[in-house]
Design a protein. Structure first.
Length: 241
């Protein structure tokens, strides 16, 4: 009954053709299988993975023509990460993102591993994670690509981020029913907001209570001339397993 890890992560795309172009030509993943949604045979289901489509290396997409672009919010998967072999690979990918005009952040350390966030052609939030310090399950082996050396290629799925309104409910479900192991927490943007409230209090600056707006949180304060200022978080709650 012990779960062995993530098998695949699925998303929705408005264009199967553009999806294939991005994930195979730009990211260098192999189109392992083109099939259909078992519940709706008119809907394409695309599977990408390593050279053999090993479990744990697969990202899939259902085609829904004319589907809208990604809208950031809550109660959804908000970041899917993909593993690469080393820190050096991230530098390779940063340059590749620049050369292909792909929106991306700078390389940043998260949970003692180097990472780089980026977005696909539909605005979906993705992240590459270096396996250089990984001591867990080994990744797969990338398929050959004329522009991406094997030692730089994507080797599998990394952490997946949920953004949820009730983090405790998700925590209880994953640990209590699925048997996931709690690893650790890291400071969230909401923690930073509460620290701001603590900074205002000694200065006798009245402010609102902590306000949960479902897809962001905020605190209101008036500056000396009574202009209303809102401190708002960029993201929502995050718990890592």
């Amino acid at each position: 009954m012990q779960l062995l890890g993530l098998h695949h992560v699925s998303a929705i795309t408005a264009s199967a053709k553009e999806n294939v172009n991005f994930y195979t030509k730009t990211l260098g993943m192999r189109l392992v299988k083109k099939t259909v949604n078992q519940d709706e045979p008119s809907m394409y289901h695309l599977f990408y993975g390593d050279e053999k489509g090993r479990p744990g290396t697969e990202f899939t997409a259902f085609e829904i023509p004319h589907a809208g672009r990604t809208h950031e919010g809550t109660n959804s998967i908000t970041t899917t990460s993909l593993r690469v072999p080393s820190d050096a690979a991230l530098s390779f990918w940063k340059k590749r993102f620049e050369d292909h005009s792909i929106e991306h952040d700078e390389i940043q350390e998260r949970f003692d591993r180097q990472t780089i966030r980026f977005r696909d052609f539909e605005g979906r939030r993705l992240m590459l994670v270096s396996d250089e310090t990984n001591i867990g399950v080994a990744g797969g082996r990338p398929s050959a690509h004329e522009e991406i050396p094997i030692e730089m290629g994507i080797v599998g799925l990394g952490p997946v981020v949920f953004t949820v309104a009730d983090s405790q409910a998700t925590f209880s479900f994953l640990t209590g029913i699925f048997g996931f192991r709690y690893a650790r927490s890291y400071p969230s943007i909401e923690d930073e907001l509460r620290r701001w409230m603590g900074r205002l209090d000694p200065h006798e600056k009245s402010h609102s209570v902590f306000i949960d707006c479902c897809y962001f949180c905020s605190v209101y304060i008036q500056e000396p001339n009574r202009v209303l200022i809102e401190l708002a978080t960029r993201d929502y709650r995050r718990t890592v397993f």
